[in-house]
Design a protein around this ligand. Structure first.
Ligand SMILES: CC[C@@H](C(=O)O)C(=O)SCCNC(=O)CCNC(=O)[C@H](O)C(C)(C)COP(=O)(O)OP(=O)(O)OC[C@H]1O[C@@H](n2cnc3c(N)ncnc32)[C@H](O)[C@@H]1OP(=O)(O)O
Ligand SMILES: [Co+2]
Length: 151
């Protein structure tokens, strides 16, 4: 694994939390993106080499809606950047982790992602992220780039 790619934070109202995090971090979010397959609407902040992903539930039965109902707002997952997600999935399965999706899926911010169950990771939901090469087809998720200058 290379580094922490982002921290995912579950929030009830993305617009309200965007304002809060803009005040906290002193920067604006650089994009919002819906990922309907995960039942989420996200916004991303970048400070230095670190990223924060805010996650609002798009529907009432997705992972964020369930998390908010059980635990309330707060840190939902930690995401690690990897170079080869397929290799990492195989390695982590051998190490005894419970990989929730053995085939990587499209995540937000141009990533392929896979998740490890918190029950086998000290109560932490872990996301693996691999950057999708630029020449790949666009993700199916809808994307609204706020700061086009970054792309
Ligand atoms: C935007 C795309 C992507 C990106 O590119 O960054 C994302 O970040 S998407 C983020 C949302 N998607 C996911 O979280 C997908 C992976 N998660 C899951 O598959 C499920 O949430 C789960 C982890 C398997 C749990 O689902 P389920 O078993 O249906 O829910 P329960 O509420 O019954 O929980 C069981 C058990 O696990 C504990 N739990 C649940 N979520 C978390 C969490 N985020 N962190 C720590 N623990 C968690 C929950 O409390 C239950 O524990 P017990 O009550 O002790 O049984
Ligand atoms: Co994430």
């Amino acid at each position: 694994m290379n580094k922490i790619e982002h921290l995912g934070i579950a929030v009830r109202d993305l617009e309200v939390s965007n304002v809060l995090f803009e005040k906290l971090l002193g920067v604006s979010h650089y994009k919002t993106e819906e990922v309907p397959s995960e039942g989420v609407k996200t916004s991303f902040f970048k400070i230095g080499d670190s990223k924060i992903e805010l996650l609002e539930a798009l529907d009432s039965d997705g992972p964020i809606a369930k998390f908010l109902a059980k635990k309330g707002e707060g840190i939902h997952h930690i995401a690690f950047e990897v170079d080869d997600i397929v290799k990492e999935i195989a390695r982590l399965e051998k190490e005894g982790f419970h990989v929730l999706n053995k085939t990587p899926k499209r995540g937000a911010d141009n990533k392929l992602v896979a998740f490890l169950h918190p029950k086998k990771a000290n109560g932490v939901l872990v996301e693996l992220c691999q950057e999708i090469p630029l020449h790949s087809p666009r993700p199916k998720s809808t994307e609204r780039v706020i700061n086009k200058g970054r792309e």
